[in-house]
Design a protein around this ligand. Structure first.
Ligand code: PTJ
Length: 247
């Protein structure tokens, strides 16, 4: 149905994925609103990965390569847009995917589980069969996490989150968090250890490439790159990138 010559072809393609995921009981109703919010910020950054975001993705790759127990946390929107790429990332690093939803229902968990199982993921946590424990200091539906997953993890990848979980995981629970959030001013972006301000559809392929480029580096070299990074500077650059486009 979609015309490839349409100037907003890619944007329409992602909208179609979002609508299909909603029809399939994967996306929360609010996921549509969250997607629209993301589109607005993507428009403001020029719908491309900025050099600053590229550098942040490289830092994220270094974090993944030095972490002892990294976990990829997924929700409805991430699954709707990049399930294939998330499965590839999980296989590349041999790390678990954990389903963690804000609007959690047994049915949505089952539908999302099936997507990853069909992609060959066996290390899938946060399913309806899992054992859960509450995240200390965090109330709400995202608090219960898999005992063997986010609970034990030293690094959690949290694309497209809402509000306060990043803050609680990073500050109160002393874990490293890497978020992907097109809004550099969101609480998630402001409180994560590393905030990738870019569209998830561009981030995951770029992150996979970056991990492959960095995988033969020594731990010392990777840690030196991590040490040289400031998330505060990254967020400030992300805001400047938007302002510069409209000057
Ligand atoms: O699947 P569930 O039940 O866990 O619910 C997921 C949503 C996304 C509905 C829930 O977490 C939510 O309401 O999130 P928020 O508060 O709308 O935040 C989502 C953030 O992701 C916003 O800051 C958006 O700008 C950002 N965002 C949306 N689409 C993208 C994005 N960031 C990167 N890439 C995108 N494609």
């Amino acid at each position: 149905m979609l015309n490839k010559d349409h100037p907003r072809y890619k944007s329409l393609l992602y909208r179609e994925k979002i609508v299909k995921a909603h029809d399939a009981g994967i996306l929360a109703d609010s996921g549509m609103i969250a997607h629209g919010r993301g589109e607005t910020f993507d428009y403001l950054i020029g719908e491309k990965t900025t050099p600053n975001a590229k550098n942040t993705i490289d830092i994220a790759a270094c974090y993944f390569l030095v972490a002892k127990n990294p976990v990829i946390s997924v929700n409805g929107n991430t699954t709707a847009l990049v399930a294939d790429e998330i499965a590839e990332l999980s296989k590349l690093l041999d790390i678990p995917i954990e389903i963690n939803l804000y609007y959690r229902t047994d049915e949505r968990v089952l539908n999302i589980s099936r997507v990853y199982e069909d992609l060959g993921i066996t290390n899938l946590l946060g399913t309806n069969d899992d054992e859960f424990i509450d995240t200390p200091d965090l109330n709400g539906p995202r608090s219960p996490v898999s005992i063997d997953g986010i609970n034990k993890a030293d690094l959690i990848f949290i694309p497209l989150e809402d509000g306060d979980r990043a803050e609680k995981l990073t500050i109160n629970n002393n874990k490293n968090t890497i978020c992907v959030d097109l809004n550099p001013l969101s609480r998630t972006a402001q409180t994560s250890t590393v905030s990738i301000v870019d569209n998830i559809v561009r981030v995951i392929p770029e992150l996979i490439d970056s991990i492959k480029k960095h995988e033969n580096m020594s731990k010392d070299e990777l840690n030196a790159k991590i040490e040289s990074f400031s998330n505060e500077e990254n967020l400030s650059n992300s805001i400047d990138d938007i302002i510069k486009r409209f000057k």
